[in-house]
Structures are given as structure tokens and as C-alpha cells.
Design a binder for this molecule. Sequence first.
Ligand code: R5P
Length: 281
Amino acid sequence: MLISPNFSDIAKPNIEFKTFPDGDNYVRVPDAGKLKGEVSLLHRLYPEQDKAVFQAVLMLDILKKAGAKPILVAPYLPYSRQDKTFLEGEALSAEVLCRMLKSAGAEKLVTLDCHFLKKEGRAEYGGLTIDNISMGKALIEHAKKKINGERLEVISPDVGAKYLVEEYGGKSMEKVRGAYVEGSEAYRKIEKVEFGFDVKGSNVLILDDMISTGGTMFRAVENVKKGGAKKVLCAATHGFFLKGSLEKLKGMCDSVFVTNSIPSPVSEVDFMAVLKEKSVL
Ligand code: R5P
């Protein structure tokens, strides 16, 4: 198994990364020539996604040339929210990235709750084979421990994350995004997050594939609080917690937690344990 330096919180790296004086990436896989057949390559593609993607491309190319069949294990796939275009001339970034990884030599990508797939299992996208592993069950079990086995309602803040909750009898809110905001940030404002079911007196877990700026979660938490929920827990597979959203969310609900797909102070659920349990590694 090959471990990138950006997986050092999980295992000892056996790949070398350096940076040339001008900022170019240097990558070396010692003993690459000895690697044959399927080889798992554990490497995060976030943070610093563009650098991390190029490091992945270089490592995949080394392994392909050595005659191995690399399986890239990247818990979060960046650009996965750009699988649709809204305006003429926009890049379909999710597809471009998958095509790049495939052409660099990836035999397969193993990732977690990939935004555009919206269900667990194997898929083909941009010519790349993807095994999408869901963290939904592990996150729900973690939430149940936090409320000492009391009854828990599981709700997704939008229909895109419905697959995470429906197996557990969960319901989904409806989110509507508007046009891009003015300025240099590519951000589509949330117009509304609608909610039409009863949570009065219930413990509620709001579960999403990711918490980025927190905008979606803030609206979802406000909804269930207005609806009279007892305890409110927020969880996601991937936690970016941009723009101070972790502190704000902590102040709004009883618990906030994510997996260690992107390490954060609230990475309480270990995705490696799930990959091992599912015999992915
Ligand atoms: C979008 O459909 C995703 O599932 C998340 O709800 C969204 O990306 C979270 O982004 P933010 O935290 O910025 O609202």
C-alpha cells in the first residue's frame, strides 16, 4: 500500500514530496519498479486541491509506467460539485478531473460520498471507475451514541443527500439555490431551505455529504429549532468549515461532527475503519 505524505495522520508515508525552488512539485515513489498489479495509493485531494491533484497525476503516471495498476483512495473528490453547468461556457470540472485521473493511470478511484453520484456503489464517470463508499451508517451510529440510545430522527438538508438518510426512515428538506452572487467568488446563494414535517420534541440529526461554508446547515438547524426539536446534531462526511462556520454551528446545536476525510477538530468518525470493515483496503 502506498501512503502519501498527506495521509501521515493515518499511516507512515512511503512516498516523497518536495517542492522545487520555483514551486513545481517533486514526487518520488521509491521502489516503484517493484510494484506490479493492483496497488492502493492513499492520497488526499484536499486541501490545496490543485496541487494535490497534480501530485496524484504524477504518482499515477509513475505507477502506470512501472506496470502497476494504481487504485487511488482519495476520501474527498474536489470539483465534485461542478458536475453540471448553469451558464454557457462553464467548465464541467468534475468530468475533467475524472478524465485526467483516468488518463494519468488510475485503474479505479475509491472515494467517500461523492457529491455527484448520490448513492453508494460502483459507477463510471468521465471514463473513470469509481467505488463510492457511504459514511452515512457510521455517522448515524456515532450520533446515536451521543444521545445514549434515545430515539433519533435523521434528516438531510436537501434532496441531494436523501440517499444518506432514507434507509434509516429519514426525510429531506428542499433547498433552492439562486444565481451566482456578484464578485469574484463563484457562489450560488441559498434562496430557501423548506421543511414540512413534524420534529417537535424529537432529537434530530441533520446529515449532509459536506459542510462547506455552513450556509446549508445554518438554515436546516434554524428550521428544526423553529419546529421545536429537542437536541439538534449536525454531521457530514466532509467538513471544510469555511468562513468560521464550525464555531457558528457549535453555538447553534448540541453537537457537530464529521469524518477524518478532511482532518478537523471535530473529525470524530474514522473513515479508514469503514473502508476496512467493507474490505475496501
Ligand atoms: C450541496 O448540495 C451539498 O450537498 C451541500 O449541502 C453543500 O455543498 C454545503 O455547502 P455549504 O456548507 O456552503 O452550504
